[in-house]
Design a protein around this ligand. Structure first.
Ligand code: NAD
Length: 514
């Protein structure tokens, strides 16, 4: 971080403009992908608003054909032994490693992440491939003691079918990989509808899967990518051949997708918006807390589902902490993510700034004070300085997810009050407590503590590892992806009873006939 005085606007150093268009095209080509040109979907870079390419959207016929092809591939793929399926994912991981720089460049160009975060996102794909390869030898079913003599009772896990993956712009590739790598080892095929804001990154990944599939002898149709907006995704949602719809995005999207999949008795895995908070208690290590808070709140320009949006601080330390966070905020460099030293890149689009500016107005009306940030920078692209806002109480605007860098600060006097404030939002994704008091930490993790899918101690809300199950409760949708036993969502379970005796005893001692 470069120090600036509190009154200075965040600075950026001007260098020769980068040719984002050719850089993106080179990276896509290096991964072996063709770009379907057309007039429907403009791929824009939030870095400076450059139109990178205009793509042809997938037609309804394209979507139907992709699903049909995936279904046919499924009938072959499901009988390939799981460890052999793992070999495909191992190869995919190798190709992702080989093309790490190309893919990270695309993530920066299309989503605006700083290179270190973009590389981290690609690394997350590589990590989940590694996890999935191991998993391909560990798709364990249980054996249970049967109540009947000469019987064996067990459960087996089988491939599920075609998985439709719908993903958001802010993790243009990692979330897809969480789904695809696990789905492949589970014996499923995948049709992916990435965000219409990040199509080039998706085409590059699709080309790498196709290459891994061809080299591993996997069937054609194992993977397909669809280009277009929500209506293209809607076809995946409604098609009964899609056994599981794994949808990541806003609560608004989940409200449309969830009931439609349920209406056809399909399976749905929803990863929706968050409104994440951290509680900071009087015993907290404030040096560590400030670092954790600033990365979680301002990193990725506040555009992570796990971004820290609410800080709930004990009244005895709130003034000190606000001062320290504000000081760190004023030193953050906001600007072109390709420039050295920049830590906060652009917002994805104009609408994001409008939402941010409207939320700040509402916060002021509710009695809030903007301590620092919240300004739009005068340059191409949509750049805003992360805002720190002290709120007198938890008003409606604090209960909503505004997908931009706004951190609301609330204060509390008792831990019960802090936990009540913490849980008093409709979303339930990520949470944290900064404390050196073990009783407080344990209380936060207990059944009557944080109600989120992710609850951390002395670490911020964002930046999860792939080994754990990722997801959240309440309006966040209840889905779990990535590590732990999340794979079970991608398989169907069968309970098997085998009679190896010469008798036919009925369960529960039931007698039927003689
Ligand atoms: P969005 O809801 O606008 O779009 C997400 C995806 O859904 C896109 O591919 C879009 O085309 C598609 N879509 C939209 N409406 C659809 C419909 N009716 N049918 C089918 N598909 C539809 O979200 P966004 O702006 O791209 O991403 C930001 C949001 O995503 C935030 O709310 C963020 O919290 C959330 N998010 C959640 C997680 C998580 O794991 N919980 C991860 C990343 C992002």
């Amino acid at each position: 971080m470069q120090p600036t005085t509190p009154t200075e606007a965040p600075q950026m150093t001007h260098t020769a403009p980068l040719d984002l268009r050719s850089r993106a095209a080179d990276a896509v080509r290096a991964c072996g992908a063709d770009i379907p040109s057309g007039d429907d979907v403009p791929a824009l870079s939030p870095v400076d608003g450059t139109v990178l390419h205009t793509l042809r959207a997938s037609s309804p016929e394209d979507v139907a054909a992709a699903i049909e092809c995936a279904q046919q591939a499924f009938s072959q793929w499901r009988v390939v032994p799981a460890p052999v399926r793992g070999a495909l994912v191992r190869r995919l991981g190798e190709l992702l490693t080989e093309h790490k720089d190309d893919l990270a460049a695309l993530v920066t160009i299309e989503a605006g992440k700083i290179p270190s975060e973009a590389l981290g996102e690609v690394q997350e794909m590589i990590d989940v491939c590694e996890f999935a390869v191991g998993l391909s030898r560990q798709l364990y079913g249980r054996t249970m003691p049967s109540e009947r003599p000469g019987h064996r009772l067990m459960e087996t896990w089988h491939p599920l079918g075609v998985v439709g993956v719908i993903s958001a712009f802010n993790f243009p590739v990692a979330v897809w990989a969480w789904n695809a790598a696990i789905a492949f080892v589970c014996g499923d095929t995948v049709v992916w509808k990435p965000s219409e804001l990040t199509p080039l990154t998706a085409l590059a990944c699709d080309a790498l899967v196709r290459r891994a599939a061809a080299e591993s002898g996997a069937p054609d149709g194992l993977h397909a990518v669809l280009i277009g907006s929500g209506s293209v995704g809607g076809q995946l949602v409604d098609d009964p051949r899609v056994a599981l719809v794994s949808a990541t995005g806003s609560v608004r999207m989940g409200r449309e997708v969830g009931p439609r999949v349920a209406a056809r008795f399909g399976r749905c895995l929803l990863e929706l918006g968050g409104n994440n908070a951290a509680v900071v208690t009087p015993s907290a290590d404030l040096d560590l807390a400030v670092r954790g808070i600033v990365f979680a709140a301002a990193g990725t320009a506040g555009q992570r589902c796990t971004t820290l949006r609410r800080l709930i601080v004990h009244s005895s330390i709130v003034d000190t902490l606000v001062e320290r966070v504000a000081d760190a905020y004023r030193q953050l460099r906001v600007g072109d993510p390709f420039e050295d030293g920049v830590l906060v890149g652009p917002l994805i689009r104009e609408r994001s700034w409008q939402a941010m500016s409207a939320a700040l107005d509402r916060a002021r009306t509710a009695g809030g004070t903007v301590v620092c940030g919240g300004d739009r920078m005068d340059r191409d692209g949509v750049y805003a300085t992360p805002a720190l806002v002290r709120m007198p109480s938890q008003s409606e605007v604090v209960r909503e997810e505004t997908f931009a860098p706004i951190l609301y600060v609330l204060s509390y006097d008792t831990l019960d009050e802090a936990i009540a404030l913490h849980n008093n939002v409709p979303q339930g994704l990520a949470s944290a407590i900064f404390t050196l008091d073990q009783r407080e930490a344990e209380r936060f993790l207990a059944a009557d503590g944080s109600d989120c899918g992710i609850a951390n101690v002395n670490i911020g809300t964002s930046g999860a590892e792939i080994g754990g199950a990722f997801g959240g409760e309440k309006e966040t949708g209840g889905g779990r992806e990535s590590g732990s036993d999340s794979w079970k969502a991608y398989m169907r379970r069968a309970t098997n009873t085998v009679n190896y005796s010469t008798e036919l005893p009925l369960a529960q001692g039931v007698r039927f006939g003689r």
